[in-house]
Design a protein around this ligand. Structure first.
Ligand SMILES: C[S@@+](CC[C@H](N)C(=O)[O-])C[C@H]1O[C@@H](n2cnc3c(N)ncnc32)[C@H](O)[C@@H]1O
Length: 308
């Protein structure tokens, strides 16, 4: 028989009763067990892990792998994301829409799709990204270098939206002329384009960058504040991205993302003086739900105006 159990009958019955009554209190006081530690949330784990990596984008983000997402004819996710974004860029920058002198694209990555409509109504465009490789990949396309990504299916699609598919080569040239610089950018810094000095822009574009760059909602609020400093008063911010995403894959590399929600985004923008002029949303399409390269639940495209 268990030795401890065999001792029980020898204890005075009142002592045993007293001890049993005390057990819950002793548990709470931590004498029997120390309190269970609070488990870190996924976001905290992610942030912790990321803070241990020296520079995850600079080291792991391979532009040519990322560009696989933009093969419009081959990839259902490319179709879903691009059709949504390009339709709204087209509506935003069509004749009678936004126009001006300077437009800055924040966190351009190695892509140009986000500038195809805007290059018709803005005279000068400045692209920017955090990583050297992304900026080099962009320059490759701008300078028509060997091995540059073939954007022509996407350019043709945008020309079709504009009503003249046959003018796609002219559009490519217009965009190449409009892009004046490709700058280093870090939206986590108070002055994201430092040391470059630019006049305040009439319009800012940023696509799929906030959720990739910001480790926390607080950092995201700050980043919106930082990019606002690049925009003139009454200028427009054209922001797009994913809702509810916690990661995406680029080739075989895993990148954590900040799951954004509509309420947070709108409140954060309004708090720093933006008026929301347009918000378009789309839930994730059924055709891409099984694609495990990312877990986003939907997409957004918004236009906001700086108030002061
Ligand atoms: C998902 S990609 C989006 C690229 C492109 N804008 C697009 O629409 O496809 C995220 C981009 O954010 C950039 N990025 C990461 N951290 C950043 C930071 N702190 N500041 C600015 N850009 C950053 C990355 O280099 C990458 O190009």
């Amino acid at each position: 028989m268990n030795r401890r159990l065999s001792l029980l009958p020898s204890l005075p019955i009142y002592l045993l009763f007293h001890l049993l009554r005390k057990i819950p209190t002793l548990h709470q006081s931590g004498i029997f067990t120390s309190p269970a530690p609070r488990l870190p949330s996924t976001l905290e784990k992610t942030t912790f892990l990321e803070s241990k990596k020296p520079d995850v984008y600079q080291t792991n983000f391979e532009p040519t792998s990322y560009l696989e997402y933009f093969k419009l004819d081959q990839d259902p996710m490319a179709k879903e994301v691009l059709h949504f974004l390009l339709k709204h860029y087209n509506a935003t920058f069509k004749p009678g829409g936004l126009k001006g002198k300077l437009l800055i694209d924040i966190g351009s990555g190695p892509t140009i799709y986000q500038l195809l409509s805007a290059c018709e109504t803005f005279e000068e465009i400045v692209a920017s990204d955090y990583t050297d490789k992304n900026r080099q990949e962009l320059e490759k396309w701008l300078k028509k270098e060997l091995g540059a990504f073939d954007w022509s299916p996407v350019v043709k699609y945008v020309c079709e939206l504009e009503g003249h598919r046959d003018r796609w080569a002219e559009k490519e040239e217009r965009l190449r002329k409009a892009v004046r610089q490709v700058l280093k950018c870090d939206i986590l810094k108070e002055r994201p384009l430092e040391p470059a000095v630019l006049p305040p822009a009439d319009c800012l574009i940023s696509s799929l960058c906030l959720e990739a760059a910001c480790p926390t909602l607080g950092a995201c609020r700050d980043a919106l504040h930082h990019i606002k400093t690049l925009l003139r008063p009454r200028g427009h911010l054209v922001l797009s991205g994913t809702f509810g995403s916690s990661f995406y894959m680029v080739g075989d590399k895993w990148f954590p993302t900040l799951p954004l929600e509509e309420k947070f985004l709108l409140e954060a923008l309004q708090e720093i003086g933006f008026t929301i002029e347009k918000l378009e949303k789309a839930p994730r399409a059924a055709e891409t739900l099984l694609d495990n390269r990312s877990d986003y639940t939907g997409m957004f495209f918004l236009v906001a105006r700086r108030g002061d």
